[in-house]
Structure formats: structure tokens, C-alpha cells
Design a protein around this ligand. Structure first.
Ligand code: G3P
Ligand code: CA
Length: 244
């Protein structure tokens, strides 16, 4: 069965990377969440997509130049106009808050390390420590466009699953995945033809393409029993999977 991972939560219908979006994802029937992490000025792991708060909140500035207390003052649904009218100012969550909430469900969680444009010292160490504190080793997949970061995670915690993100075609990507000790591949769905997905899976590598929002793309990937899809619309994906 193709698992459904809710991209930044149910980001198509709720403000991305907020608890509201994650709760909606759980209600949709998704098996997993995808979320993005950065470090705040005071070294907390915070869940937000961009390096700055400008696009998704009513604030301005770099995440790493703001403390958690300052980040918590911001309205994380400010730019999500349709939703903003009926909820009260969702906050930027910390990863610890998300993990605490995950105690009450069985969701998997794909953590994307956003340590590309800004290099966060000790991000890998901190994320791994938190995973171990909660004993979530079996529930977490770590992904990143920064493949060095994934190798660092493997060195620190070989028991964890890592998966490189990529957007261009890789030649025999399952060989690449194995070379960097990854058990998964997270390609842009446009760089993931059926043959490559099937060959990777036959070689023991899980494939979870992103960000699959169109019905026809969902149908294609679910029909070939791709390991998972990462989508802004988990509810829609769930209905399609049920139908097929
Ligand atoms: O995990 C897949 C996807 O989230 C990668 O791109 O920019 O949405 O973080 P982005
Ligand atoms: Ca992401």
C-alpha cells in the first residue's frame, strides 16, 4: 500500500507547518507528516519551511536571529488568508511540541533538515537526541537536499532511516542511496518515472516522491504501489487510494 505523507501537514488547506495543519493531516487518514526544521537563536529546533519568517508569518527576519519566545509571538497563519479568519493565530511549533503531540497517535514523521542555505551547527545532533529521548527511531525518516547532512545523521545514528531529496534525474538512484547509507529516496515526482521507482523498490529502497498534488499523478504512483507520496492534500490522496 502506498503511504500518504502530509506535506508541511495538510498544507493545501491549512497554514503550513503548524499544529493545526498536522492535526488535520492526522484526521485525513495520512500515515505520516512531512515537516521542515531550523534552529532558533537560542538553539531550539523549530518547525518552519523558510530561513526567514517573512513569507508565512506577520514577522520579519531570519529564524536563527530570533529566539523561541520571539518566534512564538508570531502568527503562523498570517499569510493563509482563508484559514486565518476562523482560527486563533497558530504559532510556529517546536519539534518537541510536535513529538509530544505524536505520543497520542501512530503517525510517521519525515523531518526535512533545512541546513542548506544556512548551516546550523549541531542541528543533526539536536534532532537525533530528541528522537532518542522520545524513542521515535522507528517513526522518523530524515531527509534533506543537503546529502552531507544525511551522512552525518548516519554517522551519529545508523539506526535511523535517511532519504536524499533531489529534483533532477539521478542515474540509478538506488545505488546512490546505498552509497550514502540511505534506505529511502525522496525525488521530485517529475524526476521519478515508474521504471526508476520500481527498480529502486526492487533494490530495497523506499521511494516517496514529493509534492504530488494532482489527481492523475497520485493515481499513477498509487497504482504502481510506490512506497509513499508526499502531498499537500492528504485527504484527496486518501480518497483516491480507497477508490483504486
Ligand atoms: O520533502 C519534500 C519537500 O518538502 C521538499 O521541498 O521545498 O517543500 O521543502 P520543500
Ligand atoms: Ca520540506
Amino acid at each position: 500500500m502506498t503511504f500518504i505523507f502530509a506535506h508541511r501537514g495538510s498544507a493545501g488547506t491549512h497554514p503550513e507547518n503548524t499544529m493545526e495543519s498536522f492535526i488535520a493531516a492526522e484526521k485525513s487518514g495520512a500515515e505520516g507528516l512531512e515537516l521542515d526544521v531550523h534552529l532558533s537563536k537560542d538553539g531550539e529546533i523549530v518547525v518552519i519551511h523558510d530561513e526567514t519568517v517573512d513569507r508565512t508569518t506577520n514577522g520579519k527576519g531570519f529564524v536563527h536571529q530570533l529566539t523561541v519566545a520571539e518566534l512564538k509571538e508570531l502568527n503562523a497563519s498570517y499569510k493563509f488568508k482563508t484559514f486565518q479568519s476562523f482560527i486563533r493565530s497558530p504559532k510556529i511549533p517546536t519539534l518537541k511540541e510536535v513529538f509530544e503531540w505524536m505520543r497520542g497517535n501512530n503517525l510517521l514523521c519525515n523531518i526535512e533538515m533545512k541546513n542548506g542555505k544556512i548551516m546550523y551547527p549541531l542541528l543533526e545532533e539536536k534532532v537525533i537526541q530528541l528522537i532518542r529521548d522520545y524513542r521515535y527511531e522507528e517513526r522518523i525518516i530524515i531527509s534533506s537536499f543537503n546529502h552531507y547532512s544525511l551522512v552525518r545523521c548516519y554517522q551519529l545514528a545508523p539506526e535511523l532511516e535517511t532519504a536524499p531529496l533531489y529534483s533532477d534525474g539521478l542515474y540509478m538512484p538506488w545505488i546512490y542511496a546505498k552509497a550514502i547509507h540511505s534506505k529511502g529516496l525522496h525525488p521530485n515526482f517529475k524526476a521519478a518515472p515508474n521504471m526508476i521507482i520500481q527498480e529502486a523498490m526492487a533494490n530495497g529502497i523506499a521511494v516517496r516522491p514529493y509534492t504530488v498534488n494532482k489527481e492523475s499523478d497520485m493515481e499513477r504512483l498509487i497504482a504502481i504501489q510506490c512506497s509513499a507520496i508526499i502531498t499537500d492534500y492528504p485527504e484527496k490522496a486518501f480518497k483516491i487510494r480507497k477508490k483504486l
